[in-house]
Design a protein around this ligand. Sequence first.
Ligand code: NAG
Ligand code: NAG
Ligand code: NAG
Ligand code: NAG
Ligand code: NAG
Length: 391
Amino acid sequence: MPCATQKMLINFLLFFSTFFNDPVNCFVPGKIIDYVISESSTNAGQDIGRISETITHEQILERGLGKSITKFFYDQTDGPNRINLTKITNHYQDIRNIYADYYGKTVCTPKVSDIITVLLGPNVALVDLDPLTKDLPYAHFDAEKFNESNTRVMNFTNFIYFYLDLKDYEKALELSGQIMHTIHDFYSHSNWVEMGNVDRINRAIGTQDLYSMPIADEKDAETCLSNCELIETPCSTFTQSVIDFLKLLELTSALFECPIRYYKCKSNLAEFDKLVSGYYTGQKLSDGTPVPKPSNLLKCSHGGLIDVDSILLEPTGGINKDSGYYLFSPRADLHLVAAHLAINHTEYFFDQIRQKIGDQEFDKFLDLTYSSIELSRIPDNVTFLKMPNLR
Ligand SMILES: *[C@@H]1O[C@H](CO)[C@@H](O)[C@H](O)[C@H]1NC(C)=O
Ligand SMILES: *[C@@H]1O[C@H](CO)[C@@H](O)[C@H](O)[C@H]1NC(C)=O
Ligand SMILES: *[C@@H]1O[C@H](CO)[C@@H](O)[C@H](O)[C@H]1NC(C)=O
Ligand SMILES: *[C@@H]1O[C@H](CO)[C@@H](O)[C@H](O)[C@H]1NC(C)=O
Ligand SMILES: *[C@@H]1O[C@H](CO)[C@@H](O)[C@H](O)[C@H]1NC(C)=O
């Protein structure tokens, strides 16, 4: 008997239906576009500069949390005999495999997977959709607002512990999802990777230590160079369908003209000793104060089709590593590096919560273990059915 697939499809559709209710400003629906590319017979991927797969915020969250959960089970009764830690980044990426190894039976939807689908996933995505946060630089480590973004992480972390103390796990999970988004963005929106930190997460995030890191400000007149390669691609049926899709999302800040123009950047940073991030068209503070890319300084742009300033205002191009397509990410070549750092930081984030509240509370927070009664209700002969991963 295979695990039911219906539920995943329904969740998938529910998740995407949220896009059509709200105008979106900065979300790249990477999996949908990858799916369209895979279904398309032309060299569609090439047209939009596809260089790698795209790992979304939800996947980053699930993989990082999965690593933390793997270590949790390893540390439980008989863990070392059941869990093989060397499989932490590969086999256990599918959380069901942790359960299969630890309990010796197939659990189709572990309780924690429901938590990921219903609470953590939607909240990590929400930050790009919610009118209160989608254009707020503090929620995305944009516009060189490192201090303010860090203050946001510290405030959220305090509230997470506050709600954990009250045993309001749902609220703690919502806030965890939301703040993970901001932490992930540090790696894809800043120059951390270009500074040489290809396999080192920034443990100063969420602590006072970040305030003493060197950060570029208005005195640093040139953080990026205008040396990116301009790519022009004709509007094929495929690119037209991508554009139509983005128009549906009401991405008004995008420059939809044929031929499509986007930048491919390689060594466009001018600052390696200080933290730098990109400016993104249309950003504003909570009180409505705009945060434009300065026109009198040579500051980095976020970049990509959806960031008009990055195409029109020097230095052109940009530094974001949000996706594996140059169409959206001028540093698509660094996307996987940034995504893996974000996965490891997610792991670190949940490890710290576990360390602070202890295994028993961590178990309740994420509903991890099964009692023998719960286990006896799970049939013994279930097998996995491989599903296309669309999220
Ligand atoms: C653990 O997994 C690794 C890699 O999959 C494998 O080579 C090794 O034999 C496994 N160890 C045990 C004790 O099963
Ligand atoms: C701190 O976080 C809480 C909970 O999300 C939020 O209500 C509050 O506005 C935040 N305060 C600041 C100064 O960001
Ligand atoms: C992430 O952590 C793993 C160990 O779990 C390590 O092998 C890997 O190099 C780290 N990746 C990055 C990008 O830091
Ligand atoms: C960040 O905060 C620290 C400590 O409050 C301060 O010294 C520094 O100037 C701030 N940096 C920026 C760019 O605002
Ligand atoms: C597998 O499970 C199904 C449904 O629970 C049951 O009808 C069937 O007899 C089981 N098959 C085996 C081989 O145990």
